[in-house]
Design a protein around this ligand. Structure first.
Ligand code: AMP
Ligand code: ZN
Length: 435
């Protein structure tokens, strides 16, 4: 059977066509936002009426929406349609204060499934594939989001959900799973357990495509996972506030993630001055939804740091590309006045073949001085002699110092030592707050 390379016409729209569609949808979205008590007040406070927003350029008149706004309006204050017309609610739990609530109408769920299906189709998934989802279902949007998208595409879906690694692996072999969705830390875990059981993913499974996302990971981590599992791994970006997965996804070129501009208006701003940064420079991603019915969001500050990759992708899609997420502005470690992102540490560690994928950064205060310890697991057979271990620790320390400008204490620990988390990996432990 022959298929088209593209899932739907919008996918290959020219820049002009994308902008025209965005303008039309922005006007509709702004008018629709007036259904929400929150945006009515926001506009009134800013002295704006919906008619003031006629062009894409006018969008900058609209104040930003923040996660705090979502918390302040908990649970239903952001709804633009009556609750009786909403069909699903997702909630992300906050460690402090109210969680946030995201509401969806039936049409929102349809559109979400279409967006995820487009992403999966783009990387070569077809109805003949068997898709296994290792994400938690329920409130975590990587579960239901990928489920509906994969079903929309027509694959045979295996909603295995999170955990139970042995059962996941049995499903891989028994059901001849070809496509998997996993967070990067779990993809590495699957490989380790397969090795322990004497299963070679390249020979003993049919795996060929992996969607990995939900947490920051480096290019080296991706390559490692691809090598381990014998798959092509595509970076998948999304967040609950924007539905979940399906916001941006890598195409087969693997040179950045196309962000679907028929669904979102993309801005990158300086998180301090709140001014736009030029294309190519890192800043905070700000998104405006263009097709959301239950809870449209205008200029939502995602806190995620990334940049627009300048230039066109040779794949034929004109939706702009964002780079790997560098981290969230709230993940940034400030150590002795130096700003550090955990991903910078990962980028260095993953260059060492002797190291496994798990690491943990601990920040402590000893005698009034802040310090950083990086514990990282080494692979079972890589280091049997003590002096080799010491040499490696020294090398890693030197490379880390060059990258992050502070000298951390590096501790190599045997594989399986660091705590495993079921959901997104915990990479930083900040014990300084106790002092
Ligand atoms: P949640 O709303 O709980 O699904 O979390 C969404 C957040 O996960 C985003 O705002 C990002 O910080 C992070 N995230 C999602 N996808 C990726 C990705 N591909 N790379 C890095 N971080 C990601
Ligand atoms: Zn592309």
């Amino acid at each position: 059977m022959s298929y088209s390379e593209f899932y739907n016409p919008e996918e290959t729209f020219s820049r002009d066509a994308i902008c025209a569609l965005q303008t039309e949808r922005l006007r509709k979205t702004v008018a629709h936002c007036m259904g929400s008590a929150f945006y009515r007040k926001r506009f009134a406070d800013a002295g704006l009426s919906p008619e003031d927003i006629m062009t894409l350029d006018d969008l900058k008149k609209v104040p930003f929406t923040t996660k705090q706004d979502l918390r302040d309006t908990y649970p239903f204050g952001m709804a633009s349609i009556p609750l009786s017309e909403c069909t699903r609610l997702h909630s992300s739990s906050g460690t402090t204060g109210n969680p946030t609530v995201i509401l969806h109408s039936r049409r929102d769920l349809e559109e979400w499934a279409n967006a995820v299906a487009r992403c999966l189709w783009m990387v070569g998934c077809r109805p003949e594939d068997v898709f296994q989802n290792t994400s938690g279902y329920g409130m975590f949007t990587g579960g239901l989001g990928f489920q509906y998208g994969a079903e929309r595409l027509g694959m045979l879906t295996v909603p295995a959900a999170a955990g139970n690694t042995l059962r996941q692996i049995k499903f891989f072999t028994d059901f001849k799973t070809t496509v998997v969705h996993a967070i990067p830390s779990y993809a590495a875990r699957l490989y380790e357990v397969m090795c322990e059981r004497g299963i070679d993913p390249r020979k003993d499974t049919s795996l060929r495509i992996l969607a990995i996302g939900a947490e920051p990971h480096s290019e080296d981590t991706r390559k490692r996972i691809e090598d381990m599992l014998g798959v092509k791994a595509y970076n998948s970006f999304g967040m609950s506030e924007m539905c979940g997965p399906g916001v941006a996804f890598e195409c087969p070129r693997q040179e950045g993630m196309h962000i679907w501009e028929d669904y979102y208006i993309v801005e990158i701003i300086d998180p301090v001055t709140l001014e736009p940064v030029p294309d190519g420079e890192v800043g905070e991603l700000v998104l405006t939804t263009l097709k959301r019915e239950a809870m449209p969001l205008l200029r939502y500050r995602t806190r995620d740091l990334t940049r627009i990759i300048p230039g066109e992708c040779p794949c034929g899609r004109h939706h702009r590309r964002i780079d790997r997420i560098k981290g969230r502005s709230d993940d940034m470690i400030i150590l002795r006045g130096v700003n550090i992102f955990p991903i910078q540490v990962e980028q260095v560690l993953m260059q060492f073949k002797e190291l496994a994928s798990d690491y943990l950064i601990t920040l402590e205060n000893e005698g009034g001085n802040d310090g950083m310890t990086v514990e990282v697991e080494f692979t079972e057979h890589s280091l049997d002699d003590y002096s080799a271990l010491q040499r490696l620790e020294k090398n890693i320390t030197r490379m880390l110092r060059d990258e992050i400008l502070v000298t951390p204490r590096v501790k190599l620990v045997p594989k399986g030592t660091l705590p495993q988390s079921e959901g997104k990996a915990v990479r930083v432990r900040d014990l300084r707050k106790q002092y």
